[in-house]
Write a protein that binds this ligand. Structure first.
Ligand SMILES: NC(=O)c1ccc[n+]([C@@H]2O[C@H](COP(=O)([O-])OP(=O)(O)OC[C@H]3O[C@@H](n4cnc5c(N)ncnc54)[C@H](OP(=O)(O)O)[C@@H]3O)[C@@H](O)[C@H]2O)c1
Length: 238
């Protein structure tokens, strides 16, 4: 395992069920963290709990190109490079297609596909300069396997997988590593607004999902974990 001491890590979605647990693990491992999410109060709370100074946090809508440009500026005022970029932000709109609104569909694409594109566009050039780095996204299993009601969500997550696999080809002559984490149901606030019969107590605990990302961050640079799949046994009520 590679040490995280002194590693410069940017985490998007740092206030989420998975993200907030991940920040604790990374902060406890001696990484230099810069964290972002949309809600300022929640972000300040996570920063306070983990002794992250205010100049290393940025509350913004990641689907806004101007805001991501500001994030880039603010980040590079604090750190000269980015060793690891983790995108733990996202939204889940799960509805039968006839109930999906145009706004639901576009919001899914904006948050789960366009925002990760903006992040990569902002931070990949710095990794390319030094020819190394690690980018972790969480497409989830619905970025690999279809499910009824997931037309918008899966469209965004399959898109994310395709985009990252294409970028992997683009950087294959460098030591820039790209990891896609395919999580099954994780008990987090993600499910609060989803109208689906699930057994949250049988899902993967958000702490365990965070540990999987923490593990991925510590993989030696001589190899790459291109994909990891972590699923609960079964949380759907049949
Ligand atoms: N939970 C699951 O079962 C599961 C399974 C597979 C994959 N995943 C994926 O794992 C990731 C994390 O999920 P989670 O369970 O931790 O969800 P969560 O608890 O709902 O957290 C989502 C995070 O994304 C941030 N976010 C959402 N929209 C944003 C935007 N436009 N700009 C900036 N930040 C935004 C939220 O920040 P604010 O609260 O400030 O908006 C929050 O920090 C997501 O990509 C999700 O698709 C989750």
């Amino acid at each position: 395992m590679e040490t995280l001491i002194g590693k410069n890590i940017l985490v998007a979605g740092a206030t989420g069920g998975i993200g907030s647990k991940l920040i604790k693990l990374l902060a406890g491992s001696g990484a230099n963290l810069f964290i972002t999410a949309r809600n300022k109060e929640k972000l300040q709370q996570v920063a306070k709990e983990n002794n992250i100074p205010v100049e290393k946090i940025a509350a913004l809508d990641m689907a806004d190109p101007a805001a991501v440009n500001q994030l880039k500026e603010k980040y590079f005022q604090q750190f000269p490079s980015v060793d690891i970029l983790i995108n733990a932000a996202g939204i889940g709109i799960i509805k039968q297609t006839d109930l999906l609104t145009e706004d639901d569909f576009m919001q899914s694409l904006q948050t789960n596909l366009f925002a990760p594109f903006l992040l990569v566009k902002a931070f990949l050039p710095s990794m390319k300069e030094v020819k190394k780095g690690l980018i972790i996204n969480i497409p989830g299993v619905l970025g690999k396997v279809p499910m009824a009601g997931a037309a918008a969500y899966s469209a965004s997550k399959y898109g994310l997988v395709g985009m990252m696999q294409s970028i992997r080809e683009e950087v294959k002559r460098t030591d820039i590593r790209i990891t896609n984490l395919f999580l099954g149901g994780v008990d987090s606030p993600f499910w609060d607004t989803i109208d689906l019969k699930v057994q949250r107590e049988k899902m993967v605990q958000s702490q365990e999902a965070a540990k999987a990302i923490w593990f991925l961050c510590q993989q030696p640079a001589s190899g790459v974990v291109s994909e990891m799949v972590l699923q609960p046994f079964n949380h759907q009520v049949i």
